[in-house]
Design a protein around this ligand. Structure first.
Ligand SMILES: CC(C)(COP(=O)(O)OP(=O)(O)OC[C@H]1O[C@@H](n2cnc3c(N)ncnc32)[C@H](O)[C@@H]1OP(=O)(O)O)[C@@H](O)C(=O)NCCC(=O)NCCS
Length: 202
């Protein structure tokens, strides 16, 4: 498990999603505001059905990579957030990503850590571009994507599609993404120290 401290001092652990996370994911979904649900699922979604829960938790960690964030103070509590990318079969080097942080945990750096984790994992499975489909009125996300150097590849009435190039040489990141670079370096350090290995799980 990767371990971090959020900007408000909360210790969090990040680890791959497993099928047993079904209930945790369901409770996390229930904890989301209507707006966060709409931003994440790009439409009105009031409940997650069994087949969706299976799809979101039974992942192969190669074509569908998903990691979740837990409280280290209360590991049984609903998850704080989740991030995933899914390879596009027609463009195997490209994967569509999504991020979700429960409303009460937003704004403290967790979204950045989750995206940094996807960013570090992507090249390990042959992904060089992360694609984000973002609601047009999701100002936080669109501003952030521009800051990270993502390019708008489709501009539809309701949503913008961003392609975020995944650089293994972090010097290629734009200067405006300096805080993201720091997060990517932190995630890399944790992986390099073996923090994600099963023997380090608690
Ligand atoms: C988008 C989301 C994942 C971000 O998670 P978060 O934990 O709130 O984000 P962070 O605190 O890590 O901040 C990420 C970036 O947004 C900026 N940010 C955070 N809160 C902000 C706010 N209220 N207003 C403007 N910018 C903000 C941060 O400064 C940071 O950018 P920086 O690293 O360049 O400084 C989260 O808000 C969320 O789940 N929203 C609902 C679902 C959604 O929109 N998903 C994205 C669709 S794929």
């Amino acid at each position: 498990m990767l371990r971090f401290t959020l900007n408000d001092g909360t210790p969090v652990g990040l680890r791959p999603i497993v099928p047993a996370d079904r209930d945790r994911l369901l409770h996390g979904f229930e904890a989301l505001s209507d707006e966060s649900r709409r931003f994440r699922f790009l439409g009105s979604l009031s409940a997650l059905h069994e087949d969706q829960l299976r799809y979101l938790t039974e992942v192969d960690h190669r074509d569908h990579v998903a990691w979740g964030a837990l409280s280290l103070e209360d590991p049984e509590a609903p998850g704080f957030g989740i991030a995933r990318f899914i390879r596009l079969s027609e463009h195997p080097h490209l994967a569509e990503f999504s991020l979700t942080v429960i409303d009460t945990a937003q704004g403290h750096g967790l979204g950045g850590l989750l995206l940094a984790t996807l960013y570090v994992l992507a090249p390990t499975v042959g992904i060089d571009t992360l694609r984000g489909v973002v609601a047009r009125d999701n100002d936080r996300m669109t501003t952030w994507m521009h800051r990270l150097g993502a390019v708008v590849v489709a501009d539809d009435p309701g949503e913008l599609v961003f392609d975020l190039p995944v650089h293994t040489d972090l010097d290629e990141l734009p200067a405006s993404s300096v805080s993201f670079r720091t997060l990517v370096e932190q995630v890399r350090q944790q992986f390099a120290s073996g923090a994600d290995q099963p023997q380090n799980e608690t």
